[in-house]
Design a protein around this ligand. Sequence first.
Ligand code: ADP
Length: 775
Amino acid sequence: MFEGMSEPDAKLSRAEIRHILDHVDDGVVVVDAGGRMIAVNSASDRYHALTVSPGGQLHWSDHHALFQADGVTPYSPDAHPLALALRGESVEGAEAFVRTDANPDGFWVRVTARPLIDNAGEIRGGLIVYRDVTDRKRVTAALRDAQSRFRAIFDRTYEFVGLIDLEGRLIEVNKSALDFIGARQDAVVGLAAEKTPWWPDDPQTTEFVKGAIAGAAAGQFVRADVRLKDAAGVLHDFDFSLKPVHDDAGSVVFLIAEGRNVDEQRRLHQAELATRDRFRRLLEAAPDAILEVNSEGQIVLANPQAEQMFGYTREELLAMSVDQLVPETDRGRHSRHRAVYAARAVTRPMGTGLDLRARRRNGEDFPVEISLSPAGTGDDFRVVAIVRDVSERRRVDRRLRAMQEQFTRELEVKNRELEQRNEEVERANRLKSEFLASISHELRSPLHTIIGFAELLQEGFDGPLNEKQLRFVSNIHHDSQHLLAIINDLLDLSKIEAGRMEIRPEPVLLAEIARDVCDSMREQAASKALEIRVNLDPELCVRADHTRLRQILFNLLSNAVKFTPQSGRVEISAARRRQKVAISVADTGIGIASPDHEAIFDKFYQVGSTTRGVREGTGLGLAITRKLVEQQGGRIWVESEPGLGSTFSFTLPSCGLNAETNRRLVLVVDAEARPAELLASYLEPEDIDTAHAESAGEALAMAAELLPDAVLAETSAARELAESLGAAPQTASIPVIAVSADDTAGGNHPKFFANLTKPVSRSLLIETVRRAMTR
Ligand code: ADP
């Protein structure tokens, strides 16, 4: 009745058919033309989600569980293979997926569906057969997976791998090999191996490849160093092999060709050869003996210098223990030291501090220096010893040391001589001062007599003199006076130098003393029509030795009168400068050029050009004056220009009647008031006053006026001040302390007393200022 069945079979009952079908593993469902299930075998339960007997004339479409090959899209009843079968189409082995309530994970099936057509050609129903292919699919997938893994290994191995059949044709080749020639698999597969692009196209190579294939096909393993050609035609060195692959029966089925690029290896090998060669040449050329010694102490390497130094040939050295190169007395110790070195091998000089000696073949021993470095490891431990013969150097060292000792001895003698000479000079100086003092003293008495008698004669005490006699006597008188002045000056100077000038400081009213001195000069001044002004505060008091202050003022005033021409002016003034008083004697005289400003204070110095024609002096006045000022704690300086007059100034301690003036003063220079205020607040409790200047210019003027004990200034202002304060004699000794915002700014200056970096701690500031003030 059904197509494909013979007539007698058609007579089988449904039950029989069902029975037969139940023996089939595949699920089978038969439907009539209306789609009602007329036969299902028991296996089909799995596929068709059919839980009830089909006796109830169930329609197949209510019970199918088929999904398309993607496993997720359900078959629509229209596209279902059974639906197609009922429309007269056959579906052969379509892949699909079944998921039922009983089997939610589902499984893969192959579905075959056919229409059932009767003899009249009419569709009477349809048949669907489900076959579970899950296992097969899994195996196939695993196989594919394994294959691709194998392929990946095959392709990615660094080596070139190819398969060649027994006819010598390439059947497979890996990616590394293809990349090398820049070709695709299909361009080379099937070619005779010797014609493939890897091989250089020459008869020799062709013959080699053919021979190799023949050999391998006959069961041999072929291996050779060959050269293969890359995509650019460049030849590279390869380690090539060809192996036969046998089947179970033992016959060769195909050949595996392998190639390993040995370019890098060759390069390394060559580099190593070059290094070795360089090392050998270095070894040969080294000026020191070089020995390599193994753990037993055996010499395993020696350079020509070692042969020369020790007097053995290389062959002899290589048969010796290194201990034999050490003097006999040191040998025991040497081999112990070798063991110690092996335990803690580092590159270092050997026997630091020891006097190392080596022994030549002829028995002579000589001093050496040895540097040791470890070489090799473990059992193969070796030591490289670089040995330098230092006989010559030792000799030179000894000579140098002897010379040095001799020089030191000579120097000591010279030093002693010098000391003696110094003592002698000092003694002579003392003697000179003493001699001057006594001779001056001795000279003064007769001079007083001469002057006295000359005066008597001048006054006509014993009868009048004629004009000529009078002139002569006047000359005697004048020159004797001058001689007396010189002698007095010399006496003063020698007293000061011998430290015998006594100074008794006491409060002295400056104005009184000045008036006194001026009075004694009035006559002289009047003779030149000079005006002498005293511009002094009558209260102004200095602490000084009355007599010596008078002498100082007298010297300065008499110079001023002496060096000021007709109708000039001389003025004495003073300014209180905190704990000091600065007294000035200014004139409108001939002035002094600046190169002489210092020299005039030297003994016997007179400015030749300017004093010529002026009254003679001793050249000692200013030297004495300076000594007297300094002895009383003051300083003296001059400001002058030729033709514009001179101002000589000196300082003396003020009387300290007023405590205010004895406090210390620091001049703080800062563009801003606040930082200055901070510094002031640090110093105030230390009894140190501060004055504030906003700029270097202002500070300069204030410093000249106030003579502060120290100046604190920002770096740039401090630089300017250090320069300009240093240039003026009255301010040169004021220490300048720089305060910089950061230590990179500006840097130091040789004239800075100190260089502090902000923020300055209170204690550091006070400590630095105190140090500056007591300098
Ligand atoms: P002198 O006895 O020559 O005055 P001083 O030591 O007192 O010796 O002075 C040294 C020199 O300094 C003088 O010779 C003179 O050249 C110069 N001198 C000193 N005072 C003045 C002055 N007020 N004006 C110009 N030159 C002066």
